[in-house]
Design a protein around this ligand. Structure first.
Ligand code: S3P
Length: 471
């Protein structure tokens, strides 16, 4: 067994970090720095099956929203299975700087990510330092909505990847609402926000983005009048559901969400369901081997996220969902999946928006399918944590596949066996994990540089993948 994750390139850091061994994986002792891609690698060996039960960590999207809304709520909120993602730690650090203290809860719940967030709202404390959003676009875009409604000025920055990402999409509506907001050239971070009294707007975003919608709805909470966000395509609705859970009235008609300003939020106790976008890696891993079987308990089954399951079923994975329950407005269930044949798919239009985070892994395993994968209308993939179209194309070519790269998508033929290769995560968590999955069926070993990026959404991912990979 040679699957391992270790610090590669910084000799002195390597000497000072005692490696520890967990199963077959070797990890550096200290948390690797994901803002410097290329500092670690993982080697993935081929597998012959995938089998087991995986407890997927709490949903990242929901965790961000719970932390931000808890910060502006009255009272202390408690969350179990709060995401351990580095992105969500960025959100927690920011809300703490804004006067909303949080802590991990000791005792039996500790392992399940139990935390408590003390509400400071609705008025937060003026920050004494720049708010560092790390790698997290969700933190920067959604928190900006809350900051726009505060009576102080604040500055938000991010790592190298986040500093390249477009922010004009939130600057425009927030300016229309009355905030003064400036950025670096081309609408890139850092952002400076002078908050103040806001007026409600009726906003029709050009891009289908849940982050933009959430930003405007969060600002709408502090605005005078009724704010409406009318989306071009339906995006994930966790903000609407979370706002209701915290006691706000939010209306949704068709693709339009409405909120009246001035509503006071109240603390909640909630359990965060497992992240379906993280589950996607294990479902695709199971899809690679007929007869594989994977069970994923307690997964978030929100219909605006669950289109993934339809596509996987269309592609040939056998999927069933049991124990469906509702937690604070969100659907939760246990997914059981079995690998069978692996056909092909075309993802376009509304499906592209609904599957935007899962396209990298679907693309990475597409060469093993019968008919391949075509992805259209996916220009947004170019401005994620990396240019995900270019990253997928580069890595697949290194593994021996032919791929047609398009400005807003890609076409990958099926029936292409892959071989192991030396790949890069491009500092992008989903690229690191997608290619670890693809590597399971490749011939020979695959080395993924910058593998510690996975911790941005899923710390412990490679260990977990190793536990289900049969050899
Ligand atoms: C997210 C929305 C999506 C997604 C991101 C999380 C969210 O981004 O890609 O990982 O939690 O609202 P966009 O809103 O930019 O599409």
């Amino acid at each position: 067994m040679t699957n391992r994750l270790n610090s590669l390139d910084d000799e002195s850091a390597r000497r000072s970090q005692r490696a520890r061994t967990v199963g077959n994986l070797r990890y550096s002792k200290s948390m690797p720095d994901d803002s410097k891609p290329g500092r670690s690698h993982v080697i993935v060996r081929p597998a012959s099956s995938v089998r087991g039960i995986v407890r997927i960590p709490g949903d990242k999207s929901v965790s961000h929203r719970y932390a931000m809304l808890a910060a502006v709520a009255e009272g202390t909120s408690r969350f179990q299975n709060f995401s351990a993602a580095r992105d969500c730690a960025s959100t927690l650090d920011c809300v703490a700087t804004l006067g909303s203290a949080w802590k991990r809860l000791e005792g039996e719940n500790e392992d399940r990510g139990a935390i408590e967030v003390r509400g400071a709202g609705p008025r937060l404390k003026a920050p004494e330092q720049v708010l560092d959003c790390g790698n997290s676009g969700s933190t920067m875009r959604m928190l900006s909505g809350i900051l726009a409604g505060q009576s102080f000025s604040s500055e938000l920055c991010g790592d190298e990847s986040l500093s390249r990402r477009p922010m004009a999409r939130i600057m425009k509506p927030l300016s229309e609402m009355g905030a003064k907001i400036s950025s670096s050239e081309g609408g890139r971070p850092p952002l400076k926000i002078q908050g103040g009294p806001l007026k409600a707007i009726h906003y029709k975003p050009e891009v289908a983005s849940a982050q933009v919608k959430s930003c405007v709805l969060f600002a709408g909470l502090f605005a005078e009048g009724e704010t409406v966000v009318d989306e071009p395509l339906r995006t994930r609705d966790h903000s609407e559901i979370a706002l209701r859970a915290f006691g706000a009235d939010v209306e949704r008609v068709g693709n339009a969400s409405r909120i009246v300003g001035g509503q006071q939020l109240h603390a909640i106790d909630a359990h965060v369901a497992g992240d379906l976008s993280s589950a996607a890696f294990f479902l695709c891993a199971a899809a690679l081997f007929p007869g594989s079987q994977i069970t994923l308990p307690g997964i978030l089954m929100n219909p605006t996220r669950a289109r993934l399951l339809d596509i996987l079923i269309l592609m040939g994975l056998k999927v069933s969902v049991a124990h469906l329950e509702e937690h604070h407005g969100e659907l939760v269930g246990t997914i059981e999946a079995q690998g069978a044949e692996w056909k092909g798919a075309v993802i376009a239009g509304a499906d592209t928006a609904a599957l935007i985070d899962e396209i990298p892994v679907l693309a990475a395993v597409a060469p093993y399918s019968e008919a391949g994968l075509e992805v259209r209308d996916a220009k947004e993939l170019r401005v994620k944590e990396s240019d995900r179209i270019a990253a997928v194309a580069t890595n697949l070519r290194k593994m021996g596949a032919e791929i047609e790269e398009r400005p807003d998508g890609m076409r990958i033929l099926g029936g292409q066996p892959l071989h192991g290769a030396e790949l890069d995560s491009f500092g992008d968590h989903r690229i690191a994990m997608a290619f670890a999955v693809a590597a399971l069926r490749a011939e020979g070993e695959t080395m993924i540089h910058g593998a510690d990026a996975a911790g941005v959404s899923y710390p412990g991912f490679f260990e977990e993948l190793e536990t289900v990979a049969g050899r």
